[in-house]
Structure formats: C-alpha cells, structure tokens
Design a protein around this ligand. Structure first.
Ligand code: AMP
Length: 301
C-alpha cells in the first residue's frame, strides 16, 4: 500500500498535497494526462456566448479527436451518476471508473481491508481519503498498463481533500454535477437492483411526482433487467432507507463543498435531470455538445 502510507501524512496536512503524495498520484496519472491543459485554452466562440457552461465544452468541440477527456461526475446518491457516466464512457471510449465499484470489489475479495471497509460502507460512511486514493491509484495503474487514456470518474472526489489531491496532479476538464429532485433520490436508491452475475444496474422503482405549487410533475419509469438477469438480482446492503438517508446527509456535509471547489475554478456544469433516461440522455448530450449516433438510430428504428 505504497500510496496509502504516503497519503496518510498528506491527508492530515493543510490544503496542498505533499510532494510525496502528489508525485505518487502524478506518476500514475501522468500517462492518462495529455500535455494539453484546459486552463490555457481559448474558449470556443459558441461556449463563450453561453457563459454558464465551463470552458472545457469549447475544448471538446474544437478538438474532438485530439484528446481523451478527464471528467468527473458529482451528485447525490441515487442521482444516476453510474448510468450516465457509463453511457458517456461507451460513447467517448474512455474508462468509467467508479470508486464505489472499487470499494465493492475490495469487499468481495475478502482481502485484509475487507472487514474494515464493510463496516464503514454498510453504515453509509465515507472510506478514508488514503484508502480510496490507494484503490484509485491501483485502478489507474492497471488501466495505464492496458493502454487506457482519459477517464470518467464517478464517486471521486467526494471530499475537498480528495479534490485538492486530484487537482494537484492532473487537469480535470469538466465536472458534471447531476441534480435530481430530492423526492426521487431515496426512491431510486431503494429501487436499485444489481445483477449478481453481470453487475448490470437496474431499477424497480416507478417514480411519479405530481405537479405541485407551480413545479412540474416528473415521471421516471423503472429500468427492468433483461430476462437473463431477472432471477439474479440483489440489493446493495447500503441501499436501505436508514443508510441512504445517512449517505445523503454525508453528501451534504462532505461532498457539497466539492461542488463549490470546482465551481470556483469554472469547471462545474450543473445539470438538472428532467426525468428518466429517455429525456435526460438526449438533454445531457446537448449540454455537452455531443451526439450519440447509435441512440439516434435506435430512436428512428
Ligand atoms: P457509491 O457506489 O459511489 O455510492 O459508493 C459506495 C461507498 O463506497 C460509499 O458510501 C463510501 O463508503 C465508499 N466510497 C466510494 N467512493 C468514495 C470516495 N471517493 N471517498 C470515500 N468513500 C468512498
């Protein structure tokens, strides 16, 4: 656990990561980090007009082939980060790296960390910055060895300290802050089901929020599993009502400030999900100046 031991000092230190922590992370990320720096770019004229969008969108539009994206998804538990990050990862050909998945893989491995992590995760608490950076570093290192480049991070950073370490070692171009009406978040977590065999994510909740006090209604259809997964569905142990409420509280306390961290750096794209995947996916693509040809074709079929 080389990174763990170095970062444990860093995590207790002040805002800037120590040289050792930065060097370790930097070594792992350097291969994923192209020489291009988003902060030195000039804005696309269209983006320039649309000032509530981060500059990175202009970059993406101008250089669609020259660079693999380094994006982050933020948002409360249940908002759908995994769903949209995974779709974008397929579309853009970059890995979708969810730190929650890394934690669950570690739990399943019954390694030395496993019992310590189980208690933390099942109570809805955050794993320490050191452990999560260690897991992420190993995942990046593995990807580097396979020739991966770029990434969409989901569930990291979740504390300002994690954001500072990441910002200290690589250029994150864009942070997409997914937002969904609070009434829907708990229901979406409680309805989440995972195929124990293929890991596919589904949802049995049918969310129908009626229009009220001038606010429009919202409908989110269930996301049923395909027949081969239907008999293998499991519920995450941390998707109980009590634990989800705790995770939402922790998001407010620990992760909400990460939004401000990126907002102040001009990297945050706020995205209000209008409903389920059919409405939200096309709207998200438009917000990102992207097109999904497969989606268009299947819609036209
Ligand atoms: P998720 O699948 O993103 O909801 O993550 C599941 C659990 O893994 C969280 O409730 C935390 O216990 C842990 N976890 C995932 N990512 C992080 C992170 N960046 N920092 C700390 N703990 C994390």
């Amino acid at each position: 656990m080389a990174v763990f031991s170095r970062c444990s000092t860093a995590a207790t230190a002040a805002a800037k990561p120590t040289a050792a922590a930065a060097a370790t992370f930097s070594y792992l990320i350097r291969a994923l980090s192209p020489s291009f720096s988003s902060s030195s770019s000039t804005l696309d004229p269209e983006t320039d007009l649309n000032r509530n969008k981060p500059a990175a969108l202009g970059v993406l539009k101008r250089e669609p082939k020259g660079r693999n994206v380094q994006w982050v998804f933020l948002g409360c538990p249940g908002v759908g980060k995994g769903t949209y990050a995974s779709r974008l990862s397929n579309l853009l050909g970059v890995p979708h790296i969810a730190t929650g998945d890394l934690v669950r893989d570690e739990l399943a491995s019954s390694g030395s960390l496993s019992s310590q992590l189980k208690e933390i995760v099942n109570q809805g608490k955050l794993v320490s910055d050191e452990i999560i950076i260690d897991l992420l570093s190993k995942r990046l290192e593995m990807g580097e060895a396979k020739g991966e480049s770029g990434f969409i991070l989901d569930g990291f950073p979740r504390t300002v300290r994690q954001a500072e370490i990441l910002e200290g070692v690589t250029d994150i171009d864009l942070v997409i802050n997914l937002k969904l009406r609070e009434e829907a978040l708990l229901a979406k977590c409680l309805g989440r089901r995972i195929c124990s065999e293929c890991g596919g994510n589904y949802n049995v909740a049918s969310i129908d929020i009626k229009a009220d006090n001038g606010r429009p209604g919202m409908y989110m259809a269930p996301l049923p599993p395909p027949p081969q997964c239907a008999s293998k569905l499991i519920t995450r142990p941390d998707d109980t009502e009590e634990v989800v409420k705790q995770r939402l509280r922790i998001y407010q306390a620990m992760t909400r400030p990460v939004e401000d961290f990126y907002r102040s750096r001009g990297k945050l794209l706020e995205f209000d999900l209008p409903g389920g995947i059919p409405e939200s996916w096309s709207k998200l693509l438009r917000a990102l100046n992207l097109e999904d040809h497969d989606d268009k074709q299947s819609a036209a079929a």
